[in-house]
Design a protein around this ligand. Structure first.
Ligand SMILES: [Zn+2]
Length: 350
């Protein structure tokens, strides 16, 4: 009994939201184009005068004009929201289940001047024992695909697929326009219910409740991922470990991932946007190649991580003279020394 119950739960967890998403794609257009538009454009006109309710054949011309305007607005808003979220999610699904599954794994050089490392103070890239590969920055192992995926953010329950380098833009477009679409469907359902003929229409009541609940859920999801990805440039996978380590100019930067905004790749929301999405006007073109894809998922580090030059007056007098006479070598050496991680400096003094 318990096994059966767990199996059902697992099934619902995997397929419940995708099923609701399919309902969202087909039910509203059926009701809008089947009921609402014919009503707005019809030649008959409902008159309720106390107990006397009847239909007359001719709509007054000004009412018919309003009906046509409303029908055009409804159709345009439907087209804009529907034609962005549906193709975006289809593209994201394809990108995950086909491209990410079969594309050869990235194989970065074993060491670089700046890179994500496994441990503080250790100049070694992270290694995946399951795939037997060296991992590039922000490449994480996906259990669903059984391989390492660059810029892997999370697996989305809405469409049972993962967000990664090549569909992150489509995903961000999807969550925004899905939310707008659901708000719109809620408004339309309430509107149709206000038409006397449809007052007790069960499909419309179901649509109103479903869209309203799903709009709230999608709005929260959209806020969460636009904040982490665009405002902070922090992946959900980045934040699964309490600390991440970046080797930069001979020292380790430790990122405490609870503070998402301190992500070493956070360039500020405007630069993050241009990196992950491209220019603002390219937002609806969710299939285009983004600057992040050109860089194979390697975002540049933010400026604060690169070490500030050490002013000469902070050096001891003899070293200051040496620095003056020999140029930058001493400066670099001193910079390295002064920026060792605390663990290192204590082990040196021992
Ligand atoms: Zn792996």
């Amino acid at each position: 009994m318990a096994g059966w119950f767990l199996k059902t739960l697992k099934f619902l967890e995997l397929w419940g939201l995708p099923f609701l998403l399919v309902v969202q794609a087909f039910l509203p257009p059926a009701l809008i184009f089947g009921r609402l538009l014919p009503h707005l454009l019809s030649k008959t006109y409902h008159v309720a005068d106390g107990d006397d309710e009847h239909w007359v054949n001719e709509v007054p011309p000004e009412d018919r004009r309003h009906g046509v305007t409303a029908a055009i607005l409804i159709s345009v808003f439907f087209a804009v929201t529907f034609l962005l979220w549906v193709p975006a999610v289809v593209y994201a699904l394809w990108s995950w289940h086909v491209t990410a599954r079969f594309r050869p794994l990235d194989n970065p050089p074993r060491v670089a001047d700046t890179m994500q490392v496994q441990k503080a103070g250790d100049k070694k890239r992270r290694f995946c024992g399951l795939c037997n590969v060296t991992k590039g920055d922000r490449t994480y192992h996906s259990k669903q695909l059984g391989r390492c995926i660059p810029f892997h953010d999370h697996v989305c329950l809405w469409w049972a697929g993962g967000v990664w380098l090549e569909n992150v833009k489509a995903y961000l477009v999807f969550v925004v326009f899905l939310t707008l679409y659901q708000v719109y469907c809620t408004v339309v359902a309430i509107w149709v219910l206000s038409i006397p003929d449809n007052r007790n229409s069960n499909p419309h009541i179901a649509l109103g409740v479903l869209s309203g609940a799903m709009a709230i859920y999608s709005f929260l999801i959209a806020m969460r991922y636009w904040f982490s990805l665009v405002a902070c440039n922090a992946l959900e996978f980045d934040t699964l470990a309490p600390e991440r380590y970046i080797w930069v100019n001979g020292r380790t930067y430790t990122w405490h991932t609870k503070r998402m905004e301190e992500s070493p790749w956070n360039l500020g929301w405007s630069k993050n946007f241009r990196l992950i999405i491209g220019p603002w006007w390219s937002l609806p073109f969710f299939w285009t190649t983004t600057p992040l894809m050109h860089a194979a998922g390697q975002s540049p580090l933010r400026d604060g991580l690169l070490l500030p030059p050490i002013p000469l007056q902070n050096l001891a007098p003899s070293r200051r003279d040496e620095a003056r006479s020999t140029g930058s070598d001493v400066g670099v050496d001193a910079r390295r020394r002064s920026t060792l991680t605390p663990r290192h400096s204590s082990s040196r003094s021992d």
